[in-house]
Design a protein around this ligand. Structure first.
Ligand SMILES: Cc1cc2nc3c(=O)[nH]c(=O)nc-3n(C[C@H](O)[C@H](O)[C@H](O)COP(=O)(O)O)c2cc1C
Length: 193
C-alpha cells in the first residue's frame, strides 16, 4: 500500500519532536450514545506495518469501546509543541480484540509483548469507573506473551487530515481528503488558515 501523502508531514513532525515523550500523546474524540462528544488522551503506538493505519491500545471495559461499537467515528487532535503544528485526523476505528482474525491477532500479540509491565498491569486492574477498590491494585504484572482478554488494539483508518502550521507569516493549512473508500487515493489542498 502506498504511503498516504499526509504521512510525510506527520513523520517529519514526529521526528522533529522526538525529544518530547508527550508529543506521542494525542486526544481522541468519539461520540457518546446521546450524541455528546467524549474526549481523552491516548498514546500513539505507531503505524501498522505496510498500512496507513494508526495503532492505539485500550481496555475493552473502557467507555470508548461502547462508544465505538455504536459509532465507529473518531477524531484525533495532535499538537506538536516544538514545531508548533496541529494535525486533526478523522476517520473510523476498528477494535481488534481476542476474537479477531489471525492476522490481526498477531499485531495485537506483538503490541502486548512490546508494552512495559507497568502498562500491562493496568489490564488486571479492577473495572474502570466503578467505585475505588481498597486493595485490588496489589497485582503482579501479567504474562508478557499472552494478551489478557480485555486488551484490545484500535486501528484508525483516516479519510481526512487537517494540518495547521502556526509557523510562517501567515500560517499554513493543508487539507487532505481521501477520494474513495476503497483505496489510498488522496487529494491535498492548500487552504486559508
Ligand atoms: C498521558 C496519558 C496517556 C494515556 N494513554 C492511554 C492509552 O494509550 N490508551 C487508553 O485507553 N487510555 C489511555 N489513557 C487514559 C485515558 O485518557 C482515559 O482516562 C481512559 O482510557 C478511559 O477513557 P474512556 O472512559 O473514555 O474510555 C492515557 C491517559 C493519559 C493522561
Amino acid at each position: 500500500m502506498p504511503l498516504a501523502p499526509w504521512r510525510s508531514p506527520l513523520a517529519r513532525a514526529l521526528h522533529r519532536n522526538r525529544s518530547l515523550a508527550y508529543a506521542r500523546y494525542v486526544q481522541l474524540a468519539t461520540v457518546r450514545s446521546d450524541g455528546r462528544p467524549a474526549n481523552r488522551t491516548i498514546v500513539f503506538r505507531g503505524f501498522r506495518d505496510q498500512t496507513n493505519q494508526l495503532e492505539f491500545i485500550a481496555d475493552t471495559r473502557s467507555s470508548k469501546i461502547d462508544q465505538l461499537l455504536l459509532h465507529p467515528w473518531g477524531e484525533v487532535c495532535w499538537y506538536f509543541p516544538k514545531t508548533r503544528e496541529q494535525f486533526r485526523l478523522m476517520g473510523k476505528l476498528t477494535i481488534v480484540s481476542a476474537d479477531a482474525d489471525a492476522e490481526f491477532l498477531k499485531v495485537r500479540q506483538n503490541l502486548w509483548s512490546s508494552l512495559s509491565d507497568a502498562s500491562r498491569v493496568q489490564f488486571v486492574w479492577p473495572e474502570p469507573r466503578k467505585p475505588r477498590s481498597a486493595d485490588a491494585f496489589e497485582i503482579l504484572p501479567p504474562n508478557a506473551a499472552e494478551p489478557l482478554p480485555n486488551f484490545c488494539l484500535l486501528l484508525f483508518d483516516l479519510d481526512q487530515v487537517d494540518h495547521l502550521e502556526l509557523r510562517g507569516e501567515p500560517q499554513n493549512r493543508y487539507l487532505y481528503l481521501k477520494n474513495t473508500a476503497a483505496d489510498e487515493d488522496w487529494s491535498m489542498q492548500n487552504v486559508n488558515p
